[in-house]
Design a protein around this ligand. Structure first.
Ligand SMILES: [Zn+2]
Length: 166
């Protein structure tokens, strides 16, 4: 029963995702077939080779075989990208280098703790408005900077929702 609730919440988030699509810069052309993370089992979205080559540190990026990869966004999971034959750990990705805070928006450096704190002090709308505005005019670079290769605006909504439920 609890599982069903989670599934229906996920569906709502996905619907929100579609609604903010008009504002997002680079999530239009992605394939959407999900793959389960071999380590944590999370259902993960596919990612383009372009993103992987930007995200994986040198020299590993030059030795990464091309393939159908997906990205595991679970911060507790060590797996970063995976395909049927390859696993690239998060420790090989710029976004997860030692000591870096978990980022919500990789293009404009908004960390998850910073946005969570802003929600608590009701100052988050201005932060999101900046990201939305810059995204609208095409000043984002999600395909290169976000390890998911996707626009982060849906993640802002997800975090607001999670904070509201807490
Ligand atoms: Zn995982």
């Amino acid at each position: 029963m609890i599982w069903l609730t989670i599934v229906s919440t996920r569906r709502q988030i996905n619907n929100n995702n579609i609604r903010v699509k008009g504002m997002s810069c680079c999530s239009e052309t992605h394939p959407s077939k999900r793959h389960d993370c071999p380590e944590c089992g999370k259902s993960c979205l596919p990612v383009k080779m372009q993103t992987i080559f930007h995200q994986v540190v040198f020299p590993d990026n030059q030795n990464t075989p091309e393939g159908d990869y997906a990205f595991c966004p679970n911060h507790e999971c060590l797996t970063g990208y995976f395909s049927a034959s390859e696993i690239i750990p998060k420790s090989k990705l710029h976004a997860f280098e030692n000591g870096r805070q978990a980022l919500l928006c990789h293009c404009f450096d908004v960390s998850q703790p910073a946005y969570r704190a802003a929600i608590q002090s009701s100052t988050h709308e201005a932060i999101k408005a900046f990201v939305v505005q810059q995204t609208k005019v095409g000043n984002c670079a999600c395909e290169a900077r976000n390890p998911s290769g996707r626009c982060c605006l849906a993640d802002f909504a997800r975090m607001e929702k999670a904070a509201g439920q807490a």
